[in-house]
Write a protein that binds this ligand. Sequence first.
Ligand code: GDR
Length: 324
Amino acid sequence: MNSGKSALITGVTGQDGAYLSKLLLEKGYRVSGVLARRSTDTLWRLRELGIDKDVNLIDGDITDISSLIRALQISGADEVYNLGAQSFVGSSWQQPVLTAQIDGVGVVNILEAVRIVNPAARFYQASTSEMFGLIQAEMQDEKTPFYPRSPYGVAKLMGHWATVNYRESHGMHASSGILFNHESPLRGIEFVTRKVTDSVARIKLGLASKLHLGNIDAKRDWGFAGDYVEAMWLMLQQEVADDYVIATGVTTTVRDMCQIAFSHVGLNYHDHVVIDEKFMRPAEVDVLLGNPAKAESALGWKPKTSLDQLISMMVEADLRRLRG
Ligand code: GDR
């Protein structure tokens, strides 16, 4: 089934890029991805989903506008999904300028490239609940004021407002998805859920005994990345571009998430988790809880996967990988 549509994804080798590529391929899109050659085995996620041969990879980088213009010309994209980012909050204190260049100025680069090459293309920006940071309302929605708490959150806020501004200044179909934490078996190992599920599998198999974590009292609204990429696509199918919070409406401490993961294999997290100052952040986002009501009423989108199901899926995948 060929939809005749073409999509370009930055960050195509990341967790969301891989799931979104799969979704769009299933919908009959031609899918191209901007491949930033920064790291080694960058294609493992596309390989795990069995689509590494189906995505057209174009060398480029979000910090290089000329490469984005070229990628837009080659792909002939009608839909552009900007998922490329320095996405680890913790690293943003060590690399604040690079984070600003990729997550802030990079968004202006791609918006400008779209405006020059094909201003009628629809644009999605990966915004984040980290923009709420020090929360200004118990439950955060599209109207909640922002208060970022990390160089990452600050840079993402620039990208968010740039997206709104291109919509309002140039009439572009540019939408910003304010996604709360979303996880999967394809999550990078540096993020807390995957760090926990990988450790749980290692401990269960006798390959490790301790898990060092930072602030386990932090609370997050965790959903499944596979559900969240559907919301991205839905945003670009609307007649009018807009901004949407994508979340589950449930918040859980890192501690309780650990408990779910360890108990899935019959272990007690108390016996294995060690608190390590090294993983504490200079400024923390203590609690996030999103209200996805607008996404439900306007997009017909609802999360389908509970945290229990998500963590079980991740622990099982890590057990399989380590056994294999
Ligand atoms: P986050 O995700 O910063 O919310 O951003 P992460 O999983 O890194 O942290 C979640 C919370 O867990 C606490 N924590 C630890 N975190 C990590 N990574 N490692 C630890 O050992 C650890 N111990 C405790 C953190 O302090 C934090 O409170 C993610 C990223 O994917 C962003 O790119 C995205 O924008 C947001 O989610 C939505």
